[in-house]
Unconditional design. Structure first.
Length: 367
């Protein structure tokens, strides 16, 4: 299947309905509305509104009935990934309803991956198995941006479009679209907030997920950019989960080595919750800024052991990924080419702290 250049919006009229959606912010407002409708499924008014939202899915794009979308995630565990899956399942349901697909015509989805984000070999093996089954579309959140090159090449050889989500890969030419958060902005916001809490002075450590994950690299870049503007702040240590045998022990060693450590930046849900559960040296309480508003971090923000976190909308990422994947099956019959799609859709992150964590308007950033 050849790829055409250009772009097509995935939701007819979505920009107007959602109040200013664009490629940068993605479909946050639209998907948040869908979430609200689903949570009120017994309400007739909500059902009516949901039908209105479904009508905004652009059914003029000729999605192939009966297509199977195979999702290979970084992990099948964790609150973030469960929310991604929820968004994907909702999108499958809405697409089938919008297009009037039933029984054998229905779009279907499988969701697979390792139980641990660091288990790169299991993800690669899962990719091999999934590609051998020849799905209509492959959706991938790569744990290691370098590790799946051969699998991506195999997908291209078999004319399987690939939609990457959450974290991209090295060779972007092998990917039809990328759906995710602006992770450079995630790191930039975290750095600016930490600098603000430290009044521009002190030593800082970064406790991070895997170094070879594209989303993590972007967050570190953004954070370092913010730190470069602070003459009084020194980043004394960057620690990555895939470079140590025991992350908790390694964190403890950093704290013991820098008893005057003033601040900590944790780059994802896993590292933040490890740090929060750590037995810290007596008298040490560095200012903590995290990423991903998991239940553990929400509790920490409320009890003020964490100042705040930069959060994503995983439901929206999942929903948009499946919309994109479904439309990746479409072919322009006159041109004999795949219907062109946006190459990249980035959603804006949101800062969550004690001032807005109870605000319902930010609920889709909490998971």
């Amino acid at each position: 299947m050849k790829k055409a250049t250009g772009a097509v919006f995935l939701l007819a009229g979505a920009v107007l309905v959602a109040g200013g959606i664009d490629k940068k912010s993605g479909l946050n407002n639209f998907v948040a509305d869908v979430q609200a409708d689903e949570s009120e499924g017994q309400n007739t008014a909500a059902d009516t509104e949901k039908r209105s939202l479904i009508s905004k899915i652009d059914t003029s794009i000729p999605v192939i009935p009966g297509s199977r979308i195979a999702v290979v995630s970084k992990s099948v565990n964790g609150e973030y990934w469960k929310s991604v899956k929820d968004g994907m399942e909702a999108a499958v349901k809405d697409i089938n309803e919008a297009y009037g697909f039933s029984k054998d015509e229905e779009i279907t989805m499988t969701f697979e991956g390792p139980s641990d984000e660091q288990d790169v070999s299991t993800q690669v093996n899962t990719l091999d198995a999934v590609i051998a089954e020849n799905p209509a579309v492959l959706c991938l959140a790569a744990s290691d941006m370098d590790s799946c090159q051969a699998q991506l090449e195999a997908a291209e050889e078999n004319e399987i479009p690939v939609v990457s989500f959450d974290s991209n890969v090295v060779d972007n030419d092998l990917v039809t679209s990328f759906i995710g958060t602006d992770n450079t902005a995630v790191g930039q916001i975290a750095g600016e907030k930490l600098a603000e809490y430290l009044n521009g002075e002190g030593k800082v450590a970064v406790f991070s997920a895997q170094e070879k994950t594209e989303s993590i690299q972007k967050r570190i870049e953004g954070f370092e950019s913010a730190m470069s503007e602070q003459d009084g702040i020194a980043v004394v240590k960057e620690l990555y989960m895939d470079q140590v045998e025991d992350m908790s022990a390694a964190m403890t060693e950093v704290l013991e080595s820098y008893p005057d450590l003033a601040g900590v930046f944790c780059t994802n849900e896993d590292t933040a919750e490890l740090y929060l559960n750590l037995d810290k040296p007596e008298g040490m309480s560095p200012v903590l800024v995290g990423v991903d508003a998991s239940s553990g971090q929400q509790e920490a923000i409320k009890n003020e052991t964490e100042k705040g976190c930069v959060s994503q909308d995983p439901y929206a990422i999942g929903y948009q990924t499946i919309l994109t994947a479904a439309h990746a099956t479409a072919v322009d019959e006159e041109a004999g080419e795949q219907v062109p799609l946006d190459k990249e859709i980035l959603m804006e992150p949101q800062w969550i702290d004690i001032t807005n964590i109870e605000n319902e308007a930010y609920s889709h950033y909490l998971y």
